[in-house]
Design a protein around this ligand. Sequence first.
Ligand code: ADP
Ligand code: GN1
Ligand code: MG
Length: 366
Amino acid sequence: MDTEELISKFQIKGELIKIKQNNEGHINTTFMSTFNDDGIIKKYTHQKINKFAFKKPDHVMENITNITNHIQSKIKDMKDKEKRCLEVVFTKDNKPYFIDKNGDYFRTYKFIDNVRTYQKIDNCNTAFHLGEAISTFQNQLSDFDCSSLYDTIPNFHDMRMRYKSFKDAIIEDKFNRVKLVKNEIDYLLANEERGYIIIDEFKNNKLPLRVIHNDTKINNVLFNCDGSEALSVIDLDTVMAGTILFDTGDMIRTATSTIEEDDINFQNMSLNLDYFKSLLEGYLSIASEYLTKREKELIVESGRNITQIMAVRFLTDYISGDVYYSISKENHNVDRCRTQIAFMKDFDKKSDALNQIIKELYKKLR
Ligand code: ADP
Ligand code: GN1
Ligand code: MG
């Protein structure tokens, strides 16, 4: 079935003018369409849901329709409300997805226009707004019932499970790649125990269960065109119950890195302390109201922790033959892993400074 025919399954009026692919994400296949509806231009986002990552796309879509309805009810009186939350477009037979003859699931959202994403932050204000957007999102879902959410990827940020898969892949070494990434493997194995701090506390109920996004990387946040406001958090496939530290961690990882995740010059990777300060200022301006003492204590660690889980996941994927993340060049997953390791190393060098910054922020907020 071609793209045009797929799009025709959804409740969209008008004449199709253009289709364009978007390659920003690593998981779903995304394309945008433009329609002319009686002289009015309307745009949509269409995605093939990655069935390798999401075994039950119908659960993903049930979560997303419930979450977006919940958020929409909270923003209905706000300016630019159509830019502040994704809106699912249903099929002509009123389903949130269409299944083609191969069993693939497709969904449609209204395209949020006149916005931009960042692959990396280039000033403190943007970092502040990103932090604010993540806590706004968490806050909007703070009264959403966790138990009604499906686990769309079970054990998604479970470091123990990720290390198990990593070690299994090393033993299997299906593609004879282990010898090519010996240094990276050694570094990650040497850091294994520290990586378990957050997941173990979470499993021992020392950290509250909350509705979290689970993929708060910077290009999953839409900003207005001049970057002066972060409007919405998108990519809701992994919204599940978990610890909020997974979100703070991924936001710190992606908003404070000085180079992109897959830059081959990994030696240029470092953590920008000014962006860290602004990001946390924005985040805590809302989140300090609801975080527990222990969550606050672990925020800095969460940045290192999520970076570590990414390094482990990228390297596992490389060793397993690049089956999970989309890649566009040879060794793409190794490049990604190397930037993450470089970030962890710089993080350790700056650990005192990071703790000092957060201590001062908490003092100011008291
Ligand atoms: P993936 O899971 O593959 O990361 P995303 O849902 O994040 O897929 O979508 C990929 C990219 O498409 C986003 O980073 C964003 O640039 C763009 N995008 C997705 N949905 C919308 C939307 N409704 N409006 C505008 N841009 C969107
Ligand atoms: C994937 O879907 P995307 O590109 O926003 C991944 C995240 C990783 C990220 C690393 C469902 O995010 O967990 O942090 O790549 N999403 C999934 O860039 O695995
Ligand atoms: Mg994404």
